[in-house]
Design a protein around this ligand. Structure first.
Ligand code: DOR
Length: 450
């Protein structure tokens, strides 16, 4: 029996909760205004004015969106729990407003056998605060040679397969992988990177040259993106291209979507939407990430692709690394950034507040579209699962160790002041994260009626 897409959260109690007076925004359901929302039995039951319930959450002054869904995260279990684990990863997700997360398979052991999938699913059922969906590996050991047993992985509970972290170097392997995944009924999440070109540690350009740090050309991503799209079109597999970071790759995704014969979606990350490779000048290993931060022209192109719908989602690529793996020169540091806890605030601060992206488009890209992709969440329409995020759009805060629930602290926004902060997160009708200080300062509070 396949458990793909089955919620693996420990919440789901049927208790009634009425969230009162928040500004509800859900572009997928055409909701935009102050109203009350009744949650019961794990579902959204009623929207309206003056609703009363056995438990009430006064959320006046806050915004209420469908919970964010992150299709790309590394919770590091099994094997790298010094960086993150299911408990801390899901706490970080909940603190960032994420109610659903897809976990990546580049663990130790790699998630390439049914027994590993089953172990991880069980751990998620026991330890996760939010819904989590397991991505198994596309090939054994993520070595790019032998494909995994995808039907068995699906039966063990895998939701999708991915080559994330490394990519797939041989087009013939990728093509067969797509055919097998399609036959097994699994979507693929592709990390597009050609290792014959990706020989550096940062984006190849002015800043790599000035810093004397080896660069990787943008073509390392673009060549692989083109191959992935061509093979998706040929095989008819359901393919999601993750962390698209260049203008060329964005254009390629747009081209194939317009052709209409590939079942393709794509995302970009908060960091590629907000930061550039100018940070290479710091020489600080904190800023090493894969794909690398790009020049402003690429940042502008991915912003445009998100705004016009070429990219369906934002996904964080939450990639925790311990201090001893990041507090190093760029060449020696592990690539990766924390993402869950700053995603909304970084994008609200850098894109929505300056008028570069409508708030409704951000909610569609963080909640509605990825919720549809995982098959659950992403909507506040009556009958939807009661997965919600409450946000204080006026709160300003500074990112630091003390604000992070993650075990690691490799946030590229460390020390930055951001606007917009998650006040509460609800999964299956139960509060899994709440910042009482924010709830109180914005007038929101729990009240249990007699
Ligand atoms: O920067 C990255 N870190 N990119 C990846 O693709 C993998 C990730 C990791 O696992 O640390």
């Amino acid at each position: 029996m396949s458990r793909a897409g089955v919620p693996t959260t420990r919440s789901g109690s049927p208790r009634e909760l009425v969230v009162k007076g928040a500004h509800v925004l859900d572009p997928s359901a055409g909701l935009d205004g102050v109203m009350d929302v009744r949650l019961e039995g794990g579902l959204v039951r009623e929207l309206g004015d003056n609703l009363r319930g056995a438990r009430e959450l006064d959320a006046s002054g806050l915004h209420l969106f469908p919970g964010f869904v992150d299709v790309h995260a590394h919770w590091r279990a099994p094997g790298h729990e010094h960086r993150e684990d299911v408990e801390s990863g899901s706490e970080a997700a909940a603190a960032g407003g994420f109610t659903g997360v897809v976990t990546m398979p580049n663990t130790d052991p790699v998630v390439d056998r049914p027994v590993v999938v089953e172990g991880l699913v069980r751990r998620i059922e026991r330890e996760s605060r939010v819904r989590a969906y397991v991505s198994a590996a596309l090939h054994v050991g993520l070595a790019g040679e032998r494909l995994t047993e995808m039907k068995l992985l699906r039966e063990a509970g895998a939701f999708c397969v991915s080559d994330d972290g490394l990519g797939t170097q041989r087009a013939s392997v990728l093509r067969s992988g797509m055919q097998y995944a399609r036959a097994a009924g699994l979507p693929l999440i592709l990390h597009c990177e050609d290792h014959s070109l990706a020989t550096g540690v940062v984006h190849e350009g002015k800043h790599s040259a000035l810093a004397g740090v080896p660069g990787t050309p943008a073509s390392a991503e673009d060549v692989a993106t083109a191959a992935g799209l061509i093979l998706a079109a040929e095989t008819g597999a359901r393919v999601h291209i993750t962390h698209v970071s260049t203008g060329m790759s964005a254009a390629l995704v747009g081209f194939f979507k317009r052709l209409g014969f590939a079942d393709v979606t794509a995302d970009t990350t908060p960091h590629h939407l907000t930061l550039t490779d100018e940070l290479v000048a710091t020489l600080d290993g904190l800023f090493r990430v894969n794909p690398p931060l790009r020049p402003d022209a690429d940042r502008e192109a991915v912003r445009a692709a998100l705004a016009d719908g070429t990219f369906d989602f934002v996904a964080t690529d939450h990639a925790p690394h311990a201090a001893h793996e990041k507090d190093l020169p760029l060449q020696e540091a592990n690539p990766g950034f924390l993402g869950h806890e700053t995603a909304f605030a970084a994008l609200y601060t850098e894109l929505v507040l300056p008028g570069k992206l409508p708030l409704a488009r951000l909610v569609a890209a963080m909640s509605c579209a990825p919720g549809r992709w995982v098959g659950e969440g992403g909507s506040l329409a009556v009958g939807s699962v009661a997965d919600l995020v409450l946000v204080d759009l006026s709160e300003q805060w500074t990112v630091g160790r003390e604000t992070l629930k993650s075990k690691s602290e490799n946030s590229p926004y460390r020390g930055r002041r951001l606007t917009g902060r998650v006040a509460g997160t609800i999964v299956g009708g139960e509060v899994v994260f709440g910042r009482q200080d924010t709830l109180e300062s914005s007038g929101a509070r729990f009240g249990v009626r007699a």
